[in-house]
Write a protein that binds this ligand. Sequence first.
Ligand code: BGC
Length: 521
Amino acid sequence: MAVGIAVGDNKKAYPGNLTPFVTVTCIVAAMGGLIFGYDIGISGGVTAMPSFLKKFFPSVYRKQQEDSISNQYCQYDSQTLTMFTSSLYLAALLASLVASTTTRKFGRKLSMLFGGVLFCAGAIINGAAKAVWMLIVGRILLGFGIGFANQSVPLYLSEMAPYKFRGALNIGFQLSITVGILVANVLNYFFAKIHGGWGWRLSLGGAMVPALIITVGSLVLPDTPNSMIERGQHDEAREKLRRIRGVEDVDEEFRDLVAASEASMKIEHPWRNLLQRKYRPHMTMAVMIPFFQQLTGINVIMFYAPVLFNTIGFGSNASLMSAVITGVVNVVATMVSIYGVDKWGRRFLFLEGGFQMLICQAVVAACIGAKFGINGNPGELPKWYAIVVVLFICIYVAGFAWSWGPLGWLVPSEIFPLEIRSAAQSINVSVNMLFTFIVAQIFLTMLCHLKFGLFLVFAFFVVLMSIFVYYFLPETKGIPIEEMGQVWKTHWFWSRYVADEDYPIGGGYEMTKGGQGPKNV
Ligand code: BGC
């Protein structure tokens, strides 16, 4: 039987408004997503610029010239080229682990600052690159920057936001990721046209702009009350909480934050702690959510959209343009999620988005399969064909952009109790980066070998992740962050890992039937 929780009459409803202060603060912090997005968008476009390929990856360039009529599936298959894209994600993986300590001991702000500065350094080296090694070193620095920013920004947002608006404010992070991707795609489109073929320098060096925004932003932002209490600054934290919530009476929320912090102080080894039985649900989510997010296959589109469109017969210019179109869809659909996440809940969006992506993957696989067959030689491609493929890719991107995209960052950042929050978030980021790396690194080879079947592999994972959400992910909308323990205690499956004393009832949550779980979708 499905047993869930609902917020009862004596619910915890901390007073507080969506003040201009918290709104502006969250918008500035969310800018941290820009650096990540800019980078995701820029690399695909740059690797589609012939002048860039000729300078750094001449063998890919030659192959592309020779093979352009024969096997389309394999024209970009080069390990060095994919290393260029994916080296960054390994660096980000390492940095997010280091960031756990910085974020916990010195506050969320300092990690954001590190993120901005490292990213800036990487952008300068990349813009000035003379050889492949400079490209790779630059990308490693960018990766360090992203590791720090992605570890700290989502936590910052979830802690700052009044709980009723937490979903919307947190998704500001994903929104700026998508804006970063779009801006990068538009810039690539124009820079690729520059005579003399040095436009890629502007594309890569341009990463300095979002880096400076988050660097300056992190210097002016306040720390979160949760983080200040965690570091012993109680009076300042209470003042800050009043300012953020825009009300005098913040006592109840403040007391609960202090209680959460005291629990967290008892923990000396947050990493070892993660293995305790009562954190099994959290750890499962910290690993499975980012894993599934990447196995939607979204980054095949994000990194390689221009390459992919090129492969299915668009010219280089038309390919970049189509990438711009998917970029716009990505931003707009993210806004839908901002609107709906605190109304319709996380589970609804996850399941609807999954269904939508599944349909599109099947259609795209069928279209590509029908025309390119096994040998990758399409002959003449009619115009309607290209339109259908782009259309379904857009519907797919929209599905991702209001489900797994934002929720892949939101849900982990809101479910971890304070005592493991920073460490668990690092796991979330590193798993995300690991699978971003794996998908980026093997996509072009997989395309070459699995051909259109590649899209079916991702479709299979979309089915799997939807089943996972349906059975194992409780609804988290409208529940204060430090009260989240209740959702596990009342969950049909996770309740066996979480004992009553692990999360003493204090929040006035009642047990009801059907609040969440398999029966209530
Ligand atoms: C993912 C990225 C992806 C982006 C697309 C993010 O949530 O983590 O890997 O490229 O969304 O918008």
